[in-house]
Design a protein around this ligand. Structure first.
Ligand code: NAG
Length: 283
């Protein structure tokens, strides 16, 4: 890990890191008991998706919406996010994980253009405490979490509707679910190295599945139906509008389909980090 650290720090995650902080275990089964550390994930062999046999075929009745279909925009309420053409997506996705990623996926829009995530203004920016991870549950239901540092579970618990928790900025991922079995989780991913904090939000493991592959159904993602926010007011706060397919602000595709720009940010760890579930219901 120490050898890998300078690599991590030398790469600007903001501009062009093809790899990111998302833990590789998010690509695996939830029943897997092994996880990898962030640094292993970012620069280790785990970056290659392990073959799991023939890729599952997509059900005949699964909808693969054509590019011209505007129902994504209707669903997300976002009519401004420009999306890549199918030929552009085809040109990049094969470069990921030795070409093992499946594309297209049922009900998934093409990713948005390969641009740096804008600072949106959908929700008021979150309040943070230095060196602290704050998690607000503004939803009307309890949410459940497992907090990890690499493979080590730091804490397992729940946050009641309207409640919040504060934790030291130690750890690597907070996995949050609508259900105590943690079957589908939103990942709040972060790392601190030499005073810098790196963070991102991943919705990949809470997406619905069709024959084993992710589809465009975000209904199991905790708080997503009423908006998500992760960040701080000093550098960047990712915002996902209620129910939006917000792939400029959060990971919704494995490895972000190898786009150059990824929804990862870094700042001084003293800026703190706050996650808001059901951000539109902040009181
Ligand atoms: C972070 O901010 C603190 C307080 O402003 C400063 O002392 C420190 O040098 C900064 N750290 C880095 C890594 O920039």
């Amino acid at each position: 890990m120490l050898l890998l650290l300078p690599l991590l720090l030398s790469v600007s995650l903001v501009t062009a890191a093809p790899r990111h902080l998302r833990l590789r275990d998010s690509a695996k089964s939830h029943t897997a008991t092994t996880t990898t550390t962030i640094l292993d994930t970012v620069y280790g062999a785990a970056d290659i998706l392990q073959p799991t046999g023939a890729p599952p075929s997509i059900e005949n009745d699964a909808k693969i919406l054509p590019e011209s279909d505007k129902s994504y925009s209707k669903k997300s309420g976002d009519t401004t996010l420009q999306r890549m053409s199918s030929s552009d997506v085809s040109a990049i996705y094969k470069t990921c994980w030795n070409g093992q990623l499946q594309w297209p996926l049922p009900g998934m829009p093409n990713p948005c253009l390969d641009v740096v995530a804008a600072q949106l203004n959908i929700f008021p920016l979150p309040i943070t405490k230095p060196d602290t991870l704050t998690v607000h549950n503004y939803c009307s239901y309890n949410i459940y979490f497992n907090h990890f540092q690499g493979a080590n579970m730091l804490e397992s618990g729940n946050i009641a509707a309207g409640a919040k928790i504060d934790r030291p900025l130690f750890g690597s991922v907070l996995k949050v679910s609508k259900t105590p079995d943690m079957a589908k989780d939103v990942l709040v991913e972060y790392a601190v190295a030499d005073g810098r904090l790196y963070y991102d939000l991943s919705l990949i493991t809470c997406l619905g599945r069709t024959n084993g592959v992710e589809n465009g159904d975000t209904s199991a993602c905790a708080g997503h139906e009423a908006g998500l926010q992760l960040g701080n007011s000093k550098s960047k706060s990712f915002q996902c509008a209620a129910g939006a397919w917000c792939d400029d602000q959060a990971y919704l595709y494995q490895e972000n389909l190898c786009k150059k720009q990824n929804p990862v940010w870094s700042c001084n760890q003293s800026d703190g980090l706050t996650m808001e579930f059901c951000a539109s219901q902040r009181r």
